[in-house]
Design a protein around this ligand. Structure first.
Ligand SMILES: Cc1cc2nc3c(=O)[nH]c(=O)nc-3n(C[C@H](O)[C@H](O)[C@H](O)COP(=O)(O)O)c2cc1C
Length: 201
């Protein structure tokens, strides 16, 4: 399997280093039901403000319901569709915009839902699966297609499946697929004691 481990300043958890958003999915290898449940469990145990658990995840398994998978797929942006069509499972993360307990606006909902999504990604890496999150989708179309209630904001969609060799990616997307993963230097985003003061060893 093609690996794109993160280049880190010091050793980090191997799953965090190994997780990456590839696009080459094995069209013929579905995701076992129990593995999908494990992804959901990992997300379920994420932390959240007041323990409110604002996230809602919708999964579409092509091998169980091709029609529903297709309706979800059609909500993706065109560029995403070009590679996502090989993914056996699609998912969407929605976030409750209000607290369940008191119906007041929850300004941490998106934050918590992102944490749950990341837990899912890490669990997927542990299981040898690859998840690619996407903001490029039509949220209102998704809402209409699957009757998502107004109070839940569709945050992201994702592809889930097994990686296959890079030849599966359309040629014009291969450059991005093979390029080294990059991040801003540590000291540009992580501060120590005051804004802009770089965190150093
Ligand atoms: C909220 C969100 C939206 C994203 N939207 C897209 C997208 O529409 N299409 C895409 O190809 N990748 C998308 N990505 C993937 C990012 O481009 C990717 O995570 C980033 O380049 C870092 O690469 P890595 O995940 O391999 O470390 C998205 C990621 C996140 C978290």
């Amino acid at each position: 399997m093609f690996e794109k481990n993160a280049d880190t300043a010091t050793a980090i958890n191997r799953l965090l280093a190994r997780r990456w958003s590839g696009r080459a999915y094995d069209r013929d290898r579905g995701v076992a039901r129990n593995d999908l449940v494990a992804l959901a469990e990992a997300a379920r145990w994420a932390p959240s403000c007041y323990g409110d658990q604002p996230w809602r995840f919708l999964f579409w398994d092509r091998n169980r319901d091709e029609g529903a998978w297709r309706r979800a797929f059609e909500c993706l942006g065109e560029l995403n569709q070009r590679w996502a069509e090989r993914a056996p499972v699609l998912a969407a993360v929605c976030s409750d915009q209000r607290f369940t307990s008191n119906d007041k606006p929850n300004r941490w909902g998106a934050y918590d839902s992102g944490a749950a999504a990341m837990s899912l990604c890490v669990q997927a890496t542990e299981l040898g699966l690859m998840v690619h999150q996407m903001g490029g989708f039509d949220a209102e179309r998704l809402r209409a297609a699957f009757s998502i209630p107004d109070r839940y904001a569709p945050m992201a969609m994702m592809t889930i499946g097994y990686q296959v060799d890079q030849g599966a990616v359309p040629a014009d997307l291969a450059g991005r697929e093979l390029a080294p993963r990059q991040r801003r230097p540590l000291d540009e985003s992580f501060f120590d004691g005051g804004w802009g003061i770089p965190l150093r060893r």
